[in-house]
Design a protein around this ligand. Structure first.
Ligand SMILES: [Mg+2]
Length: 144
């Protein structure tokens, strides 16, 4: 089974860092050096993804900010920092996730106004999938 996992607000806490930047007076915090590199992982994200990666074909899939070329490099650096060098071979930077072919997409985004991923979309942060343990348990228990 092939699983794609979004980065911003699914693995990494984009929202908190963005709000901190706004409070500090930045108009576009996400356009600053090191913004994407320094995002903190959400609770249980690393451990849960490692659980999934030991059982399934797991890929990282993130929409880069084309206005911020740094985002391409920093997303790669943060995957290495938190998941190790080999995980970087599984990082896909993709503006349109409907192009992905696979079984599951774990993503905090909703479908409104976006092209749809053809497989199952687990919307991270919703009542059904509020946190990482609930996502990992759902996928693992659903199939074993
Ligand atoms: Mg996201």
């Amino acid at each position: 089974m092939r699983i794609y996992i979004d980065l911003d607000d699914t693995i990494f806490d984009y929202q908190t860092a963005h709000h901190q930047g706004i409070r500090a007076g930045l108009t576009y915090p996400q356009a600053h050096y090191d913004f994407y590199r320094d995002l903190a992982p959400l609770p249980d994200a690393i451990e849960s993804i490692e659980r999934l990666a030991s059982r399934f074909d797991v890929w990282f899939a993130s929409r880069p900010s084309y206005l911020n070329p740094l985002s391409y490099t920093e997303k790669r650096v943060s995957i290495e920092t938190h998941f190790g060098l080999a995980a970087c071979e599984r990082l896909i930077l993709i503006p349109d996730k409907s192009l992905l072919i696979g079984d599951v997409l774990i993503d905090d985004g909703d479908r409104d106004g976006q092209p749809c991923f053809a497989g199952q979309w687990l919307q991270f942060g919703t009542a059904s999938y509020p946190d990482w343990p609930s996502v990992a348990d759902h996928i693992i228990n659903g199939l074993e």
